[in-house]
Design a protein around this ligand. Structure first.
Ligand SMILES: Cc1ncc(COP(=O)(O)O)c(C=O)c1O
Length: 404
């Protein structure tokens, strides 16, 4: 592994608040599924910057769209009309298959969830002033801002920031009866993911999603699907909910939507689409011309190049390759996930060591939980690259071995 120059490690520790544990590598460029570090060493990227660079690094269509838009108009505020924002909202509606949907554009996944919380409250309070409660799933991840953190079903992440209020009830991700029991007339929304990404790449069972849909319909609440990690082709469908038996009222998007530029979106259909009025929410940078041009290039490229189908096919190949590792290595126990969001599960909590060994061999993956290695390669990943990954990850498993 190309060790970073000592200076960047020291300068980072000196100049940045210490919120990130970083791997000892400095990346300087990338193309497709390959990254290059400061020493010129190449890596195979099977993480895509946490499920973000789905078209691969330095995609020419995105680079051209950004350069072209940046040369014409970068910012003018949301006091005025700009075409890329409206074009993108229309394109999102088309890819969702929701002709009546409306979008709010922001800058990140947490912001998309924050906007959706406010939307769900406005929708709920219009019916009953006390209709502000949310039911969310344990293991769910929705962001680090305070309200999104409150939704996040991970008590350890809550602890340092309490109090976060008592408006969220968490239920196990696989317990339909508990979810049904938690939803009452004061519930304004139920929050789900099709596959819990940060929660360890755990698909949410169909019966839980069906129960969530039915419970929302029973009490007039919104079903919100956080598609920040699962959306924009990652699961082998345009959106994760399309791989499930239910249709949400609201989706939250971010990550892959602009292939690495900061963007977030909330898209609402039906009654949810009319819950916000003028002045209810805003963002200085949200929906800016450059990121919207990038997102339009992403969606156009995905359609033109058939990348959703490609992700479905490659996802089968990836799952098969990981099963071959699970079958051949004592340390690996199984595979879970959907499409191109997969995890190799381990017998012992040594995923950080496996990930470091992989990095040392030129493979970028991550330890999503102590006993699971997450793989989220770009949607353009080739079959030969999946084969190459299998060799590198297999060698990493052997290097770590089963601790005695
Ligand atoms: C499902 C989900 N929601 C929300 C977020 C937060 O997104 P961001 O880091 O862009 O705020 C993430 C990030 O991993 C996520 O996976």
């Amino acid at each position: 592994m190309g060790a970073p120059s000592a200076s960047i490690v020291d300068r980072e520790a000196d100049a940045l608040l210490p919120t990130y544990p970083r791997y000892p590598v400095e990346f300087v460029s990338g193309r497709g599924a390959r990254l290059v570090d400061a020493d010129g060493r190449e890596y195979l990227d099977f993480l895509s910057g946490l499920a973000v660079t789905s078209l691969g690094h330095s995609h020419p269509a995105v680079a051209a769209a950004v350069a072209d838009q940046a040369a014409r108009l970068v910012h003018v505020s949301n006091l005025y009309y700009t075409a890329p924002q409206v074009d993108l909202a229309e394109r999102l509606r088309a890819t969702l298959g929701w002709p009546d949907a409306k979008a709010f554009l922001c800058n990140s996944g947490a912001e998309a969830n924050e906007a959706a919380i406010k939307l769900a409250r406005r929708h709920g309070k219009a019916r009953d002033p006390d209709k502000v409660g949310v039911v969310a799933l344990r293991g769910g991840f929705h962001g680090r801002t305070l309200a999104a953190l409150a939704l996040t079903g991970n008590p350890a992440k809550h602890a340092p920031y309490q109090p976060l209020g008592d408006w969220v009830t968490h239920v196990p991700h696989d317990d339909a009866a508990a979810l049904v029991a938690a939803v009452d007339d004061r519930t304004c929304a139920v929050w789900v993911e099709a596959v819990q990404g940060e929660g360890g790449v755990r698909p949410v069972p169909d019966e839980v999603l069906r129960a969530a849909r039915a419970a929302c319909d029973r009490v007039g609440a919104l079903l919100v699907c956080d598609e920040v990690q699962t959306g924009v082709g990652r699961l082998g469908a345009w959106y994760g909910w399309q791989t499930t038996p239910v249709e949400p009222d609201v989706v939250c998007l971010a990550k892959a939507l602009a292939n690495g530029l900061p963007i977030g979106a909330v898209v609402a259909r039906g009654a949810a689409a009319s819950a916000f009025s003028t002045g209810d929410h805003a963002s200085t940078f949200g929906g800016g011309p450059v990121v919207c041009a990038a997102a339009l290039a992403v969606l156009e490229t995905m359609g033109r190049d058939g990348l959703v189908e490609r992700a479905r096919h490659a996802g089968e190949g990836l799952a098969g390759a990981l099963w071959s590792l699970a079958d051949g290595h004592d340390l690996a126990t199984g595979v879970r996930g959907r499409g191109l969001l997969q995890a190799l599960t381990l017998r012992e909590p040594v995923a950080p060591r496996v990930t470091s060994e992989a990095l040392g061999r030129g493979l970028v993956v991550n330890a999503v939980t102590p006993d699971a290695v997450r793989l989220a390669p770009p949607l353009i990943v080739g079959d030969d690259e999946i084969t190459e990954m299998t060799g590198l990850l297999g060698a990493a498993l052997v290097a770590v071995g089963v601790p005695s």
